[in-house]
Design a protein around this ligand. Sequence first.
Ligand code: HEM
Length: 510
Amino acid sequence: TWMLTAAMHRLVWRPYAVARAFRRQGIRGPPYRFYVGNNEESKALRVATADDVLDLRSHDIIPRVLPQYKAWMASYGKVFLSWAGHTPALWVGDHEMVKQILANKAGVYRKPDPGPSILALMGRGLVFADGEQWTRHRRVVHPAFTMDKIKMMAKTMAECADEVVGTWEARAAAADGGGVARVENIGQEFVELTADVISHTAFGSRYREGKEVFLAQRELQYMVFSSMNNAGIPFPGLDYLPNKTNVRRWQLTKKVRGTLMAIIRDRQAAAKDARGYGDDLLGLMLEANAPTGTGGQRAAMSMDEIIDECKTFFFAGHETTAHLLTWAVFLLGTHPEWQRKLREEVLRECGGTAMPLSGDSVKKLKLTTMVLYETLRLYGAVIMLARRAGADGELGGLKIPKGTMMMIPLAMMHRDEDVWGADAGEFNPERFRDGVGRAAKHPSAMLAFSAGPRSCIGQDFAMLEAKATLATILRRFEFEVAPEYVHAPADFLTLQPKCGLPILLKLLDH
Ligand code: HEM
């Protein structure tokens, strides 16, 4: 009886009460439908489903979700009520209200509960931590991501990029007719590259083991996404059944934990022998975590919490950056005038291929930065943020009942003509010439890395990595998008080209 009452409360009464509270305040939205399986509307709105991962079918955000969202905005305004599975969700596309949600001064808005399978993948690292746990973790992880520390990692980033770009160069040099290499899906190569970068920058000399952890994480990620419930009805017990998938999931989780624990213990031992923690992400984090003084203080984060943060580096930090690079290459491949400008800038600020790239030279690439921001605006990897009201709140005069799910549609807000101007749908990096805060009518219009206290901790890292990689490519090649490319941006938790991005690279000195 108790379980039935709890389920009824969760599935029926609470959603009903939340929806009624908004209807009473005049908030409307598209009519409720019970979304199951192939329902077209559901597929256009859901963030990722098993079907998407298995056969890459749906979620063409530009052709499908955007017109749908625009039509709803025209009917209901920038704040409306829709349904995420069995839960009513308040869609908030108003920049000022979103700024308040993300600033979260009253501490009301929390991350939605990720569920056991996502937790197995990432743990409760920064992305999913909340309250006191988040404050404590952020304090320890932050020192690893300050600009002076990250700048020192530029050399490693450039070396990893050199290795990948070097293979393209060799292929182009050996090609019949001379100088052109075709890369079938450059996005995939960027995923491998960014995985290498994060393995090196997080674990230094232990990067090989770090990479093994990463491979196990990747397998876990596919398992988690392909087992996501398509109908949106929660069956909490399924994740604990000892079936084949769950057993493999447990094995992988154990391997990830075991390997990370061995690396961390080694570092702690090295620090005791006065060899230091190391200047990679893990070392910097452990140093910030170490108890100071002689008073017997305890470390801020436990072993399990450090492991969760390492998992989070992989998960949050590599595919996102890979997609940024992929979309930047797509946009530069289709806008040759910008490609030429960027190449001139790279050669001017960083010199030719004989000059190693440094953090300082890469930081000077202003036009490249503008292009990357414009790429993030149009094709940012994260297209939607979700928050849950942990207590009753107030937002722009609207009462928000406890338990409300809130969706913040970043991709749509990045194309809002009221805020970005009539050319919001076009590629125009010039809008970022005077900085991110002045690119649009609202100072926090650019939300690709989110905003406020929970904004992306790795944004400088990602931008530096993307700049170092683009500079490495631009110094060696002219490139264009191959004619077979099909434009279908698709959201599999992160926005990527559904059919890959084939690129033709032409060696510059041929
Ligand atoms: C282009 C690349 C990237 C994009 C577009 C991106 C985007 C974002 C966004 C939108 C959030 C907020 C998520 C939310 O509030 O639900 C976020 C958070 C986060 N990102 Fe990134 N990210 C990128 C790269 C990175 C990198 C390279 C790292 C680390 C190596 C990283 C680590 C994190 C972490 C730890 C958080 C959680 C921060 C917190 O809640 O305190 N990200 N990122």
